[in-house]
Write a protein that binds this ligand. Structure first.
Ligand code: ZN
Length: 251
């Protein structure tokens, strides 16, 4: 069992380095008692980074769930040295430039899904983040003139940032509110309780397990592409970060 240390609140998603204890050593990987590495899911790719034990360093080439555990897949850097041992303490460090891009894309996706829903009533069936771009699969056709309105909405959210918060809501309470309009189309699995609700103030409240920014101001300028039709119905709306390597503002 790995404690998912990035889950409790938005600031936990900004932790880049941490100490943890080795609890299992599956072939080619390591399981820690706690981790800030995101194991992938909801369209957000898994984290990469480094794990150190004393002077020995491993590259984390992939992170994934295995039941209740998170497995960090390792490749050793530098000369051969003593392997990791059960119970030892290690230091983990996330590839922050990559993860921060994912946080900007992910928060941008929530905002864009909310704005598309507000302007057209179309919900997002699926979102995929990759590199410095993201795509939203919408349940219907997006009218082309809406694109200019969405671009304006995104600019507004940069100039007048909305704070982003995370709440953990009992399932019964969430279900009681589910009559409220929602931008997401994917139903919540029955065993999810409590529900981790990611809220962009005055815009959107959406159940999600990913990592997000503390403010829409950090998304930065984005470029929307013309929507394309999907085979089998619906449309895909994509955007990319104009400044993929923008630094994280001081905390
Ligand atoms: Zn999310």
């Amino acid at each position: 069992m790995t404690e998912l240390a990035y889950l409790p609140d938005v600031p936990s998603g900004y932790v880049r380095a941490f100490r943890a204890r080795v609890v299992a050593l599956p072939p080619g990987g390591v399981v820690l008692d706690r981790t800030y590495f995101y194991p992938g899911g909801g369209g957000q790719p898994p984290d990469r980074g480094r794990i150190r034990s004393g002077a020995v360093e491993w590259e984390v080439v992939d992170t994934g769930r295995s039941g209740p555990a998170v497995v960090h897949r390792l490749r050793r850097r530098g000369p051969a040295a003593a392997p990791l041992t059960l119970g030892s303490e290690v230091e983990g460090e996330i590839d922050w430039a990559r993860r921060y891009r994912h946080m900007r894309l992910h928060t941008g996706q929530h905002l864009l899904s909310a704005r598309v829903f507000a302007r057209t009533g179309l919900r997002t069936a699926k979102a995929i983040l990759s590199g410095s771009s993201a795509s939203l699969d919408l349940e219907g056709e997006l009218p082309v003139p809406v694109i200019a309105e969405l671009e304006r909405d995104l600019r507004d959210a940069l100039e007048h940032p909305h704070p982003v918060t995370i709440r953990h809501v009992p399932r019964a309470e969430w279900d009681a509110q589910s009559f409220a309009p929602r931008s997401g189309l994917v139903p919540l699995a029955p065993q999810v309780d409590p529900v981790r609700v990611v809220e962009i103030e005055a815009e959107d409240a959406c159940p999600c397990g990913g990592t997000h920014l503390r403010s829409t101001g950090e998304i930065g300028p984005v470029l929307l592409a013309a929507p394309t039709a999907l085979v089998g119905g619906g449309s895909r709306l994509s955007f990319r970060l104009k400044e993929p390597d923008a630094p994280t503002p001081l905390e």
